[in-house]
Design a protein around this ligand. Structure first.
Ligand code: COA
Length: 170
């Protein structure tokens, strides 16, 4: 596991696209999904993220192949009013590698960084129907502190706002 650099942008974009589609496009590809993937998960977006001083991007590799990734953003107040300023924006493990401890290690690295740099646990949003992720976060000690909405074209999807254990700010 390592901090991602500019050369990783293409692989991050492709992995994010693969995991996002596998997780959420479970009923085929409509216009809303196609537009979202092409606009929000492209190489340009990840190149920009890698140059953003508020963003931390971690890459998990097996050999020299990308199998997982995490993106956290600093100075991002929690919408549920909990005193956390670090958002875990993305935590993706390729389907072939889930259940091997990669997600947990990525999460722990983001948690350690949030504690060291901002004195808080990270917060995140997760789709209310993403049972696998909800079970994973519950196992890691995360609890719900609110709800939020992810707007995809004309459709609103309910998200739960979660916060990690040790939520207090120093
Ligand atoms: C959610 C996700 C990141 C978890 O990563 P992972 O590498 O499969 O999880 P790990 O193997 O590290 O599991 C860590 C722990 O969570 C537990 N866990 C993982 N998935 C679980 C599940 N579905 N139900 C119950 N426990 C689960 C494991 O048993 C393990 O327990 P431990 O703490 O006793 O060791 C991964 O499944 C994924 O990328 N899913 C698709 C994308 C996604 O939904 N991302 C989150 C969006 S917010």
């Amino acid at each position: 596991m390592r901090r991602a650099g500019p050369d990783d942008a293409a692989r991050l974009a492709v992995l994010a696209t693969q995991v996002w589609l596998h997780t959420y496009a479970t009923d085929g590809i409509g216009d809303e999904i196609a537009n979202h993937v092409l606009s929000a998960l492209g190489v340009d977006r990840f190149a920009a993220l890698l140059g953003d001083s508020c963003a931390s991007v971690l890459a998990a590799e097996r050999g020299h192949r990308l199998v997982g990734m995490a993106v956290a953003r600093a100075k991002a107040p929690c919408p549920a009013g909990v005193p956390s300023t670090v958002e875990l924006q993305t935590l993706y493990v390729q389907a072939h590698f889930i259940g091997r401890g990669i997600g947990k290690r990525l999460l722990q690295a983001i948690e350690a960084q949030a504690l060291a740099e901002a004195g808080c646990a990270p917060w995140l949003t997760v789709n209310a129907r993403n049972d696998r992720a909800l079970a994973f976060y519950a196992r890691q000690g995360y609890t719900q502190v609110g709800t939020d909405w992810f707007v995809l074209g004309a459709t609103r999807h309910e998200n739960l706002v979660l916060i990690g254990a040790g939520r207090g700010v120093r």
